[in-house]
Write a protein that binds this ligand. Sequence first.
Ligand SMILES: C[S@@+](CC[C@H](N)C(=O)[O-])C[C@H]1O[C@@H](n2cnc3c(N)ncnc32)[C@H](O)[C@@H]1O
Length: 468
Amino acid sequence: MNEISVIEDNRLASPDMGHDMARIDQIICKEIDDLTAENNQIWTSPDHNRREYVHSFFQYPAMMVPVVQKRLIEIITTNKPDVRTVFDPFMGSGTSLVACMERKLDCYGQDINPLAVLVAKARTGPFYFDAIQRKKARLFKYLANDNSSRIEANFRGLNKWFEKNVIIELSRIVRAIRRERTISIRRFYWVILAETVRLTSNDRTSTFKLHIRSKKDIKLRKLSAIEFFKRHFESCLEDIRSYAELLKRSGNLSKGNYTGDVIISLGDSKDHVKLARESKRCFDLLVTSPPYGDNKTTVTYGQHCYLPLQWIDLTDIDEKATPEFLSTTSEIDTRGLGGKIRKFTNDELQMLFDASPTLAIIHAELERVDSQKLKKVVSFFWDIQQSIRNIHKNLKLNSYQIWTIGNRTVAGMEIPNNLILGEFIQYQGSLLVKRITRDILSRRMATRNSSATLMTYEDILIFRKVQE
Ligand SMILES: C[S@@+](CC[C@H](N)C(=O)[O-])C[C@H]1O[C@@H](n2cnc3c(N)ncnc32)[C@H](O)[C@@H]1O
């Protein structure tokens, strides 16, 4: 079931160009093979430095490893130097974008989760390190002098998820952040607050799903949100300093600003790629890791971000970040791929099976085992297939695509996302150039007794668009 074939390139637009591109494909494969031969752990990178590439601002679920993406981006852009624009339609915390900025690419990212948008905006700058360093003393003094007990968050469950002293301290941080006039600096502060909320709430940190700690545990914890915020502030400041230096060394930073474009937006990649349509750009490169299944049964990105978002001024994130995103704890997850379950007509199912013969096999097997779960699985594949179609329209001919894809199990059956998504992508007119398999050493599950667990490896599939 795990065999994925590298198909023959027989659909090229122009034979000459096809010949050149086939040669570039071969060079890319060889460079990847050489690196693998030198070090067979290179695509796993278990010892990667989590502080590099401003990776530790906020612990977003299922983050890619920046250094792994960076190596692949380097190989592709060195061998195809006309690559200027990159797109990540499932951007999460923006790892692909920060890796691409080192190569001075114009970066476009999109995600359905407002907190992902905030983290990605903060990670991609501007990097006003000196200004933040100067403002720090005033910010901390304001925190020390604020004796008010006014509460700055208002939602159902506030007193369940936070202790009284934590609520008061988080409110003081919110007031201090609001005093800052520069929006990019405020965003940097909001992300630090988000991580503070994550670690000072009564939610367990062992799962991404909201899950209250035991009463005993809550009683035993002695937390100061302000102290945590200050500590994390220092470490994030150091991280932006070192990332800004890296950009400066590569000649891509001027007065704290990245010299290329970065456009990040809150959007549903299944419905549209708004950025591309507005700017009429087609992308030269895609670097992404899509979800492995519907958010509710795989990784609950939305639930993980629900509490932090309750403390952040949504208007500072994106004009489309409305309070409706927080109407329930599962609203963001419902908006993600496969979040809304529906029935499909036979014609619709046939359309999916035409695009992925493997899905037809999985569908037949799962129908026998668990028809309820089957509905969820099909809804997810329908949505991701729509997204892939939509994304392809916005890619240039001969653009490369780096897809990091993980499988999962449903009702004890492995769902081979690598094969199914690979077939969807090829169906849209792309050619599989290379497959790299990497171990995932520590992947957290959606729930302890989850019916949908994730695997211990994932694939990085490199495609090239060969057909309009
Ligand atoms: C595997 S994560 C990406 C993680 C990212 N590579 C990183 O390093 O942080 C997948 C992302 O897809 C997003 N997502 C799910 N459905 C989406 C949709 N319909 N449109 C855009 N993004 C979506 C989730 O919110 C999540 O952030």
